[in-house]
Design a protein around this ligand. Structure first.
Ligand SMILES: NC(=O)c1ccc[n+]([C@@H]2O[C@H](COP(=O)([O-])OP(=O)(O)OC[C@H]3O[C@@H](n4cnc5c(N)ncnc54)[C@H](O)[C@@H]3O)[C@@H](O)[C@H]2O)c1
Length: 299
């Protein structure tokens, strides 16, 4: 298969590219390297350094490569940036997705859009299913939800394309972790905790997440890529093991010997995040790796 991966120099994208080239797919990566690293890209994949906001270049690269599938991962990620660079987050995440949908239409490719559980905002009803409402706090309080709302708009644009006859699938990874996960000051939490001493727990650490091993996530993504009749469907790709941030800190502290300190709560941090797995039955997938197993592999 010919597959185009935007954001393929980043964490999830580069693992996806590894898996695709390993099974013989022809892969083209588009990334502007703003957070990704070209060293992450498998040598047998083609690479074009490009900003997904550039619709003309996006279209012409797409028409030239003529992919059967586009995985659209390029986005501004990293919790701190959502509040601090809200304008950039909306620009890249919304316009990049609009361009990905448009390019997919022009070259007749199926699109896989990478949304997020943050698209549900601060809704505390768990588990998060395809019928859960999105709950966003007033925008004057903070701009953290620039990210979640940009993913919500991305889903809306995808569903609009589906209504107009295009083959689009949506995935929502739940706190994926593994090799190459960036642990700079912008997140994400597992790598930040592994790389820092002391480990900073934001708030009281009672907020929960469903940490998902990258290998399990990639298995699901290949099923979404290969499955038939999945258009318009959204998949919550997360572990059923709900872990508090404080428990995560304690586990990592035991493994690395780092101390733990409590810091300020992050704006708009959702209290819980647990996926409903109903739609995943179609994929015949569930995360198999426990947090302890994953962290042991990683460390
Ligand atoms: N990591 C997770 O657990 C998680 C959870 C939910 C959703 N997601 C989504 O999955 C996707 C991949 O996440 P990730 O963790 O690999 O993030 P990442 O930051 O490692 O990867 C994103 C990639 O996009 C690239 N990029 C950013 N802006 C770009 C632009 N304007 N043009 C071209 N490339 C650009 C970056 O350089 C980077 O390589 C993102 O869409 C993210 O929102 C990830």
């Amino acid at each position: 298969m010919r597959i185009l991966v935007t954001g393929g120099a980043g964490f999830i994208g580069s693992h996806l590219v590894d898996a695709l080239v390993a099974r013989g797919d022809e892969v083209l990566v588009i990334d502007n390297l703003s957070r990704g690293d070209s060293q992450n890209i498998a040598t047998s994949a083609k690479f074009v350094e490009m900003d997904v906001r550039n619709s003309e270049d996006f279209d012409s690269i797409c028409l030239e490569f003529n992919p059967e599938v586009i995985h659209h991962l390029a986005a501004i990620n990293g919790t701190r940036r959502f509040h601090n660079e809200a304008d950039l987050v909306v620009d890249v995440n919304v316009n990049g997705t609009k361009n990905a949908i448009s390019a997919a239409k022009k070259c007749g490719a199926m699109l896989v859009f990478y949304s997020s559980p943050e698209a549900f905002g601060e809704n505390e009803e768990m588990p998060l299913s395809n019928l859960t409402n999105s709950v966003f706090t007033p925008a004057n309080l903070h701009q953290r939800h620039s990210y979640g709302s940009s993913k919500y708009i991305g889903e809306l644009l995808c569903q609009f394309a589906v209504r107009n006859g295009h083959n689009v699938r949506i995935v929502r990874p739940f706190n994926a972790y593994g090799k190459r996960l960036r642990g700079d000051e912008n997140g994400q939490v597992v790598s930040m905790m592994i790389n820092s001493n002391p480990i900073i727990v934001h708030g009281d650490g009672s907020q929960t997440r469903s940490f998902t091993w990258i290998g399990d996530l990639i298995t699901a993504l290949l099923k979404v890529n290969d499955g038939s009749e999945l258009s318009g469907m959204a998949f919550n790709l997360g572990s059923q093991e709900e872990t508090t941030i404080l428990d995560l800190a304690n586990i990592i502290s035991k493994l690395t010997g780092s101390d733990i300190q409590f810091g300020e709560k992050n704006y708009g941090d959702s209290a819980r995040r647990l996926p409903d797995l109903e739609s995943n039955k179609l994929l015949e997938w569930k995360a198999e790796t426990t947090l302890i197993q994953g962290l042991n592999q990683l460390l």
